[in-house]
Structure formats: structure tokens, C-alpha cells
Design a protein. Structure first.
Length: 148
């Protein structure tokens, strides 16, 4: 199968039903996308597919053919940080950091759809789980990056 990942067409050897997460991590070496729960609830595996946030642990790789896949490694178009990544650093969001790539991907998708979200929009739109409980800093970072 051919996938377009982070702007590059890649040939992958996987069964069509293999979850995209495993192709990204194991075959393409893009380990920023994390395995958390394996049932699409925690959000650690969030990537963009055709511009929208999806949970890659539940998405068959075949469903990604002909669509652009963007991982945390490809979020910033240059070697610089994406404005959401910068906000994460500015607000010192990360504690253990495990869930953060998926949460950043979810936040970037939300801000693309809704550039100036309310607190309620963020609370409804970001359903990723964080064991460290950094939700107040996540909220502050997303709302702060909305003005960029």
C-alpha cells in the first residue's frame, strides 16, 4: 500500500486491516504517535488524516490510502515548532509527556476548525486523557495559541 505521511509518499507492507498506529511506529519509525489504550479512548495515538484528528489505533491502514497522514513529527511545516507545540512549552504543559503528542494533534485540529475556541469548545473538543492531570495547563496553552 502507498501512504502519504508527513508530505512523503511511502510504500508500506501491511495487511489492510492493520491499525495505522502500528504501521507508523513499527514500519515507518514514527514513534511520536503513542499506543495508550488500544480502543480509541485515550487519544495518545491521535494523528491527522485528511486534515482531521483521528485515533490511529482503531483505524485500518487501508482507510488512510489516498489521504494525507500527519503525525506529530510532521505537524510543523519547517524545522520550527508548530504554534501549539510552542504554547505547550510556554505553559509547561508536559509532565510525563506520554499523552502530549496526541493531545497536541487534537488541539491543532481543533484550532484549525475553530481558530478562536471558547473554554467549552476546548473541553468538548479535546477528549484525550492525561494521567498526570495537566488539563488546566492544556486549556491555557490551547486558548493562548488560538490568538496566533
Amino acid at each position: 500500500m502507498r501512504l502519504k505521511v508527513n508530505g512523503h509518499v511511502r510504500e508500506v507492507q501491511a495487511l489492510p486491516e492493520t491499525p495505522l498506529l502500528w504501521v507508523l511506529r513499527d514500519e515507518l519509525g514514527l514513534t511520536g504517535t503513542k499506543y495508550g489504550c488500544g480502543i480509541g479512548l485515550c487519544g495518545a495515538c491521535t494523528v491527522h488524516l485528511g486534515g482531521r484528528a483521528v485515533r490511529s489505533c482503531m483505524l485500518p491502514t487501508a482507510d488512510a490510502v489516498d489521504l494525507e497522514v500527519t503525525t506529530i513529527e510532521g505537524l510543523a511545516p519547517t524545522d520550527d515548532l508548530h504554534h501549539v507545540q510552542r504554547a505547550w512549552l510556554d505553559e509547561n504543559v508536559s509532565q510525563c509527556g506520554f499523552c502530549q503528542p496526541g493531545m497536541i494533534m487534537a488541539a491543532a485540529s481543533l484550532l484549525k476548525r475553530k481558530p478562536n475556541p471558547s473554554e467549552d469548545d476546548v473541553r468538548r473538543g479535546i477528549t484525550s486523557l492525561c494521567r498526570c492531570g495537566t488539563y488546566p495547563r492544556v486549556l491555557k496553552a490551547i486558548l493562548g495559541s488560538a490568538t496566533e
